[in-house]
Design a protein around this ligand. Sequence first.
Ligand code: FES
Length: 159
Amino acid sequence: MPFRLSDERERELDVILRRYPTRIAALIPALHLIQDQEGWISDETIHWISQRLDVAPAHVKGVVTFYSLFNQKPVGKHQVWVCRTLPCALRGAGDVLAQCEKKLGIHSGETTANGQVTLRTAECLASCGTAPMMQINKEYHENLTSEKIDRLLSKLMES
Ligand code: FES
């Protein structure tokens, strides 16, 4: 079945298109809408949005591949990003990542076999003062401890 946005997201896209002075300026919020629905940005959706916004597919692809927040392949139900930039690294980000990998049984960049969690590293998420930290879906989890990580990941694997 060809790609289409849900009716609700179509209405959101209309609002977005009215908000921006040019169609190309609406590209990033439009891509977020697609990713919220599909979980990732496929070649089919790149083609769809390029036609909808009258923007070259190569430009859309360039945006999708430039920003790591856009998924270029299917991901798990939940996404975990462990910040690995210097302030977090100095406060134990390496141990945080190692604990996540061990608990989830995957390496960074992989998804658990049950499709629940995708684990990745991220560059500074602008929460250095509360390092080490990670982002789970759209929420920050800061001042991480081993117990906190264990609790958070257990919850994710069940939900
Ligand atoms: S270095 Fe991790 S939030 Fe800035």
